[in-house]
Each structure stands twice: as C-alpha cells, then as structure tokens.
Write a protein that binds this ligand. Sequence first.
Ligand SMILES: Nc1ncnc2c1ncn2[C@@H]1O[C@H](COP(=O)(O)OP(=O)(O)OP(=O)(O)O)[C@@H](O)[C@H]1O
Ligand SMILES: [Mg+2]
Length: 426
Amino acid sequence: MREFDIQSVKQRFGIIGNSPLLNHAIQVAVQVAPTEMTVLITGESGSGKESFSKIIHQLSPRKHGQFIAINCGAIPEGTIDSELFGHEKGSFTGAQEARKGYFEVTNGGTIFLDEIGEMPLGTQARLLRVLENGEFIKVGSSKVQKTDVRVVAATNVNLLQAVERGQFREDLYYRLNTVPINVPPLRERGEDVHLLFRKFASDFAERYHVKPIMLQPEAVQELLRYRFPGNIRQLKNIVEQISVLEHEKEIDRDTLRRYLPQEQMNQLPALFHAAGAPDNASGISERDLLYKVLFDMRKDMNDLKQVVFDLLSHQQEDAELLKANRHLFDEVRPAYEQPPVYRAPERRDGYVLTVDEHEPDEYEEKVEDISHETEEESLSLEHKEKEMILKALKKHGNKRKYAAKDLGISERTLYRKLKQYDLEDL
Ligand SMILES: Nc1ncnc2c1ncn2[C@@H]1O[C@H](COP(=O)(O)OP(=O)(O)OP(=O)(O)O)[C@@H](O)[C@H]1O
Ligand SMILES: [Mg+2]
C-alpha cells in the first residue's frame, strides 16, 4: 500500500500519528477491509481500536449496509442473547413482543463486537455458529434463520489467557483471530505523543475559547518518557485538564508532571520499538534499564547498611543488637546467590567486622567463593552501567543534560559517574 493511501485513510478517519507500528496496523486494516474475513483488533485500553472497526466497514463492499457497534461488557448477561439474536414473544418474562436481534437487523452489514472477552460462554457458542455458517436461532424459537453479517471484534484483554482460564472458547478465539490487528500502545509510538498533544491542545483551545497550551522542550521530553497506561484517552483527558486549569499557556516540566500520575514503573523511559527492529533506536534495551534499576537499588541498599552499621557499632549496647541482626548486614546479592553465611560489609576505613561465633570451615570456604563472585558481579554491573552511559551520550550527541534524562538520573549524578569511570573528557 502506498504511503499516500495510508495518509488519506488517516485524514478521513481522524487518526493522528505517523509511527511505524500505527502505519502498519492501518495498512493491515486497509488490506483486509474489502474481504469478508473476520478481524480481531487487539490493543490496550484507550489505544484507539474503535477507528479501526470503522475503517474496515467503510472500505468494504458492505459500506452501504448497517454498521452496529456493541459493547459486550455493557449488556447484562441475561439479555445479551436476545439483544444479539432476537427473541420470540413470551420467550421470557417481559418478552411481550417478538424482537429482531442485531444479527438479523444488520444483515448485509458489519457488527463491531467491542470487549469481546466479556461475552458470556453461552453467547459465545451462538456467535461461533453464526460465524461458521451464518445460522442463528432466536431466544425461545426452534427455527434456524440465516444472516450475512461480517464480524469485527475488539479486546483489551489477552484472550489466550482467558481461554486458559476457561472463560473464552478456544474454537471461537481461533475463528475470530483470522486476521489480527494490533493497535500499538501510545508509549510505543514515539513522537506521535507530541503530535496528539498538539492536536488535542488546539481542539480544546477552540472548545473553551482559550489560547492553546504548548510544551517547553523539557516538558516535551517528560511527555515522551511517560508510559501512558491509559493511552490516548488518558492523554486527551490530561490535555483537557491543563487547557482549562492553567492560565500560563507555556507549560514547563514541573507543571506537566503534576498532571501525570506517577507509578513506579513510569520512572523508566518509554521504549520505542521500531517495527522489525530488535531493539529500540538508542540501543538501550529494557534489560539494560532493569539492570540499571537493580544496580542503583543494590548500591543504595549497601550504602544504607553501611550507615546503620557505623551508627550501631559506636555504642556498646547496640553491639548486641548488631550481633542479633547480623544477617541484615549481608551485602545485597541476587536471590539465587544468597548463602546462609555472614559477611559484613567492608567499612570505608578498611576495617572488617569480625563475628564472635565461629562459622564451620566449610562455610568459610563458601565465604571466599561468594566474595569472589560478588566482586565479579559488581564489576560486570559497573561495566554495564558505563556502557549505558556511553550509549546515552552517543544518542544525544554528548549532550549530558539529555543523556541524564534518558538514563533517568540527575545531571549531577551523571557528572559524578563520568568522573568515577574516567569519562570526563567526553
Ligand atoms: N489516532 C488517534 N487520533 C486522534 N484521536 C484518537 C486516535 N486514536 C484514538 N483517539 C481517541 O482516543 C480515545 C480512545 O480511543 P478508543 O475509544 O478507540 O479506545 P479503545 O482502544 O477502544 O479503548 P477501550 O479498550 O478502553 O475501549 C477516543 O476519544 C478517540 O477518539
Ligand atoms: Mg473501545
């Protein structure tokens, strides 16, 4: 599909963005639209799945037929069969009249089944039948009817896991999943976040008759680093709030931060995976980042222990406390390395705490082994950290400010580390 066609589809359906993952999803939708195939749209909540169902209907020969969107999660279990497939008069209490269901009404058109993972198992069986041969039976009837409806389904839950838990029929899953379209989460769409921000800022400015908000460069970096668990829906709400509440329209980083709910994992920079690329463009992988977090935590933990240890060892009465809790002063190691032996952290003045009780010889051997491993481990961690600092500097043309931001550390810490690793000349 030509670039031009994708752009015109975006324009027609009001889709903003230009990231490779988004373009790929649109391309699949456009290719599959003219066929009769069932499509399953997957993607996190708020990522924009609904527009895809419209693309598929509008670009298909059924475009003059009906398009009905049904949220399977919003219809009570007791009435969903009747809503979808209709019922006969008197088939249940309150069924005073016979009623046609959506599958009958939409004959010749498209049904969009949103939140398909919420569909009750009984309804799933009826849906499978209609997908297999176009047959359905109204509630309270025994007459088999025929219909010609194309189904597009969407879900923000992992249906395979639902299959494993027995909440979703496996045969239906494979039937629906003939063509999967994955709508990428916002955090994997790189610069699209800023594009969308500007679009929403101008929309809300118009709606509320205010000047559009805009982000200072540091705030843009903050926006790009945020993980947006609620995706485009969340971004839109945030832009609306800021547009209404902030009088100063040039938004700086700290102001923006106040509107971005912080979860622990949000501290990590978002990773932008280019389609087909094994890793993100900067070369800093998710593993590198986790490595860094663990490294920092371990260092903090050991520093903290050192401080507590120093404090306690000054007082005679605290020495008992220290002895009783000596395991707490082991150096932090990965769990699989945790040995049942005691090793006090080395003090800055080179003094090593000795323990009264003597450990058995075999333990002493272990102590030696482990201290060696720990040293190796810490060397490789330091190596890793140095490597990441170099990568970040390279990515940002040696601009320390941006490299520090990308690494999730302060500029001051970066300076300290450059000194530590003899990289000050960079
Ligand atoms: N590419 C886009 N450009 C502009 N607005 C978008 C885009 N994608 C989604 N939106 C807007 O974002 C909001 C969320 O999109 P949508 O309702 O399609 O999410 P969803 O994936 O169906 O989420 P859920 O699983 O929670 O139903 C909507 O207001 C929609 O108009
Ligand atoms: Mg939706």
